[in-house]
Design a protein around this ligand. Structure first.
Ligand SMILES: [Zn+2]
Length: 189
């Protein structure tokens, strides 16, 4: 089978927002994820940065095409999706470090992280997997109001143009927008 005919599909992202690229009967040929503007793939051979997709191409499509080619050429191995799900990263119970492991510990990043942690504490969100990944990278957070957890972006939590952040905290309703505003001053005008 040539690379051009190998059909791939994209599975559900894990809690680090890494998308499995799947062929056939739930065989994963690699994971794709975005880090700032770059797209990276993780395969049986390790990690590879594909950089930014060309204009008009989605990063995930670029990554899937790359993985299909690598697999067709015999350069990466496929792994059963079930096996990967069993080994998927799990949230920590204790505190997380200030910075995501991929974030360089520069003064600027540390300051940004402290601002984000303070803002999250005020809004009753808790990071339970990694430290600050940057404003526009996925961050796995726990909602302290209802126990929901999922991927959020700090840039969405800051509020815009002097407006408070959305009281619609996440899908699933949380505790209701009125109660959110009543409990947490940051959500009021
Ligand atoms: Zn909630």
């Amino acid at each position: 089978m040539s690379a051009t005919t190998l059909k791939t599909r994209i599975g559900e992202p894990d809690i680090e927002c890494r998308y499995p690229v799947i062929i056939g009967e739930n065989r994963v040929i690699g994971h794709a994820y975005r880090w700032h503007r770059d797209w990276l793939v993780v395969t049986s051979e390790g990690e590879h940065n594909l950089r930014r997709p060309p204009k008009g191409t989605k990063g995930i499509d670029m990554a899937a095409a790359y993985l299909a080619e690598e697999y067709a050429a015999g350069r990466v191995a496929a792994v059963a999706l079930d096996l990967l799900l069993a080994e998927a990263p799990q949230p920590l119970n204790g505190p997380v470090p200030l910075l995501h492991p991929r974030m360089p510990a520069s003064d600027r990043n540390r300051a940004g992280a402290k601002t984000a942690f303070a803002g999250l504490a005020e809004q009753r969100w808790r990071p339970v997997l990694h430290g600050f990944p940057g404003s526009d990278n996925p961050w796995y957070l726990l909602c302290e109001l209802c126990g929901w957890s999922g991927v959020r972006y700090w840039s969405h939590h800051r509020g815009r143009n002097g407006n408070p952040p959305s009281a619609h905290r996440h899908d699933g309703g949380c505790i209701g927008e009125d109660r959110v505003r009543a409990l947490i001053p940051a959500y009021r005008k």
